[in-house]
Design a protein around this ligand. Structure first.
Ligand code: XMP
Length: 514
């Protein structure tokens, strides 16, 4: 049985980070809404309560019945979690005199306590709360304080229960990883069995069992998630997996052929469908970004379904859905920032069952699994690319000529990034989360080439750093690189006479322009 830690989500921005930290300890974990604790699951070895945007005194504050797990398995409360345990256990939580945000240092820490083993006095922790605990719950004692916060951490004398008002999951709590390691491994007794190779082994076995001799269809996008999903399924059921890769005509330059070749090299059974005529016809004259997205989404489903219908004995539809997609859709605070982009969709009348083997993985874990499966590095390290492709990077209406211009500019930009080797030996492409060119086809400006006046479009270059695309910062690309790319684009791409660099972060901007 696979051991697991349950993280109960009270709506904090950093809940996913707790999950990542636990996984980094090679321990499986599930993030569940605060009120969905799996009472009957014997594989749970510990529980972590997350922070929350609410105060425990807020009438809307999330309530949970702690007796479901306290006293049964070790429990760690973080921030709101710590305050909730105090509040409901006979302690007191009050608004802090000054809101406690940012860096603090431990003025007292009980390093004899298993939670703080290996900690240094004065260790930096990160606080982020408006309330503070002013009296501990029954049978509890302080195990850490800062100069401002007396009960920065406490532990129970009677049951395996710990609580910290700071956030061990964030980078700025410098020994946060040590604290979580102490909890997950020493206190909960994790045997650290989760690894990419154990994942591949157990998932392949499960898929064989689940799918038997059934045929499975999978929509490939060229991206990492669907590709890893395909290779994993191929390992389990071989040729009974049929992949469909739709070319809507708005992929990167030569992308369709390159990706088809890569897939065939991996031994996948792939049907490539060139549907670009249909997409260009339906998009003619459409300028509104949302309408473009709708048309592409609809056409995509139509083309995909028509292909899927030809595979008459299919029983399953596989998708490369990953964990962050699922957590977002479970979001309990209702503040979903990124809308769902999963293209495809289930052809209902085919009565296909859904198979999502990557549904518990974070993006970096998907990449590790891909490596474990022996996939080429370039495929694994590919930047994310939007389903509607270059259509959301061309302002105004979309024509074949505009796509051609953008493909040429984008190709120069991306190839240059791959070829630019930084001081540490890594290429520039691998240093950024995502990069691409945008054609500002609704804008024209004057230029001069030779003795000729030009009146053409600018191209905007975009490159961002991010860990999950929810927030992003513009990448600080080297000036010599930008100078070279700008020159090459303007000299080689007919129709472009100016290059700009987008220096907007997300929020308030988004990564894509449309
Ligand atoms: P935004 O523009 O919302 O993008 O900041 C966040 C991330 O999502 C990608 N993206 C998409 N991916 N279908 C996709 O598969 C889409 O319709 C889509 N729109 C945006 C974007 O490239 C970035 O990585």
């Amino acid at each position: 049985m696979q051991q697991k830690i349950i993280i109960l989500d009270f709506g904090s921005q950093t809940t996913q980070l707790i999950g990542r930290r636990v996984r980094e300890l090679d321990t499986f974990c599930e993030i569940l809404p605060y009120n969905k604790f799996p009472v009957a699951d014997p594989s749970v070895i510990g529980v972590i309560l997350s922070g929350s945007p609410f105060s425990v005194h807020d009438p809307k504050a999330f309530q949970v019945d702690l007796s479901q797990f306290v006293g049964r398995v070790p429990v760690l409360g973080i921030c709101y979690g710590a305050q909730y345990i105090a509040h409901t256990g006979g302690g007191r939580v009050e608004p802090a005199d000054s809101r406690e945000y940012g860096r603090a240092h431990l003025a007292m820490v009980d390093t004899q306590n298993p939670l703080f083993r290996g900690f240094d006095l004065d260790s930096q922790v990160w606080m982020s709360h408006g309330d503070t605990i002013t009296a501990l719950p029954e049978n509890c004692h302080t195990i850490a304080s800062t100069s401002d916060v007396q009960y920065a951490a406490y532990a129970s004398d009677s049951v395996p229960l710990w609580a910290v008002q700071f956030h061990p999951e964030v980078y700025h709590t410098l020994q946060g990883k040590q604290l979580l390691k102490n909890f997950v491994i020493d206190i909960c007794g994790s045997q650290q069995q989760w690894s990419p190779s154990s994942f591949v082994e157990s998932t392949v076995a499960q898929l064989k069992e689940q799918l038997g001799n059934d045929r499975v269809i999978l929509g490939l996008s060229g991206g990492v998630d669907s590709s890893v999903c395909a290779v994993l399924l191929n390992r389990a059921i071989g040729d009974r997996l049929t992949c469909i890769f739709v070319d809507h005509g708005m992929l990167r330059k030569n992308e369709f052929q390159k990706v088809m070749d890569a897939y065939q090299g991996l031994g996948l059974n792939v049907i490539g469908v060139d549907a670009s005529e249909k997409f260009f016809a339906d998009l003619a004259g459409v300028t509104d970004p949302e309408q473009k997205r709708k048309i592409i989404g609809r056409d995509f489903v139509e083309v995909f379904n028509a292909e899927a219908h030809k595979i008459t004995d299919a029983r399953w539809l596989a998708q490369g859905t990953i964990y962050p997609d699922r957590i977002e859709s479970l979001s309990i605070t209702g503040m979903t920032i990124k809308s769902h982009h999963n293209v495809g969709g289930l052809p209902k009348e085919m009565h296909l069952k859904l198979c999502e083997p990557l549904q518990w993985l974070f993006k970096d874990e998907v990449r590790r699994v891909g490596r474990e499966l022996g996939m080429p590095d370039r495929l694994i390290k590919r930047h994310p690319f939007p389903g509607p492709g270059l259509a959301v990077r061309i302002l105004g209406d979309i024509t074949r000529e505009r796509v051609r211009i953008l493909q040429d500019a984008d190709d120069i930009y991306i190839e240059s990034m791959l070829n630019y080797i930084c001081d540490d030996g890594e290429c520039l492409y691998d240093k950024v989360w995502q990069a691409g060119a945008v054609l500002l086809s609704t804008v024209r400006s004057v230029g001069v080439m030779g003795d000729e006046r030009t009146y053409e479009h600018p191209v905007a270059l975009r490159a961002v750093t991010s860990t999950d695309a929810m927030t992003a910062d513009w990448a600080h690309l080297p000036y010599d690189f930008m100078a070279r790319v700008s020159n090459e684009i303007i000299n080689k791409v007919r129709g472009v006479n100016r290059v700009c660099y987008d220096i907007s972060s997300k929020p308030p901007a988004t990564i894509e322009w449309e």
